[in-house]
Design a protein around this ligand. Sequence first.
Ligand SMILES: NC(=O)c1ccc[n+]([C@@H]2O[C@H](COP(=O)([O-])OP(=O)(O)OC[C@H]3O[C@@H](n4cnc5c(N)ncnc54)[C@H](O)[C@@H]3O)[C@@H](O)[C@H]2O)c1
Length: 303
Amino acid sequence: MGNFLAGKVVAVTGAGRGIGRAVALGAAAEGAKVVVNDYGVSVEGASPSSEVAEAVVKEIEAAGGDAVAVADDVSTMAGGQRVVDVAVSSYGRLDGVVCVAGILRERMLFNMSEEEWDPVVATHLKGTFTVFRAAAAVMRRQRVGTLIGFTSGNHQGSVSQANYSAAKGGIISLVRSAALGLNKYGVSANAVAPVARTRMSANVPVELTEIGEPEDVAALVVYLLSDKAREQGITGQVYTIAGPKLAVWGQPRELRAAYASGGWTPEMIAEFLPGSVGVDPMPLLSRLEAMERAAARGDRPNA
Ligand SMILES: NC(=O)c1ccc[n+]([C@@H]2O[C@H](COP(=O)([O-])OP(=O)(O)OC[C@H]3O[C@@H](n4cnc5c(N)ncnc54)[C@H](O)[C@@H]3O)[C@@H](O)[C@H]2O)c1
């Protein structure tokens, strides 16, 4: 066992499988006491089971670590609150939360139903809010803490996962808001956009050329949870980890501006916009053909 997180208490959602499991095991191996949350559902979010979270607690205990299971649904306020309450009642404090829980319901936008939109946004975006909300109240009192959200490169846009993409974009804005609002209380907030082999990435509608294992992602999360990251002033950031690749995403900012002293008319905008303000080309638009070829090979829903 290492001691990168010695004495810390960390709660991980979606910790029963895939990346969340690797994060829970990795944090425990570095000395953290871990709340293992998982609702135990299918990729689409069906058939909950408490066994998934309990199995990871057993793994941590077998390796000499300390963990407790919470099988609640984090898309509810009560579920998010329980993850935090169990950390505090079991271990007396909460140093970090890592919101990894997620599901997929893939459909082209023109066919997407409310039942495909709502649960995906609720699990990812609201499921990050519910845990951040409850954890932030504890961390504000402690004057220390780390919030970590899980986003995706897919926040740039997606052909057949508009629900997932919108939720992942929302998580980045939520993380930045938490970084801004909680900075004065000693609480940091960052987002991770991973690429790793799991049951979920087997469903990604593009060919993943850069990909790693869940354990690669755990290394980044352990660092972000550590005092080193705090000392190094890491907050409000989005990092990708994909096997050997570690990357930082840019902050959104205005690229170019033009001013009209008397205000703009549609005619003036039509005349000046192309040559002055212009566009910022969308990288994914140039990859549409390749994405469509991959989608055809993987028998993706296209209707
Ligand atoms: N695997 C990748 O390459 C990749 C890429 C980009 C983003 N991500 C993100 O990383 C995270 C983990 O993905 P993964 O690939 O390990 O997926 P996974 O399906 O292996 O694990 C997700 C876990 O979340 C749990 N879960 C689902 N809904 C829940 C809820 N309401 N409450 C609590 N737990 C719930 C599931 O039971 C499951 O164990 C997700 O947020 C995903 O969007 C993954």
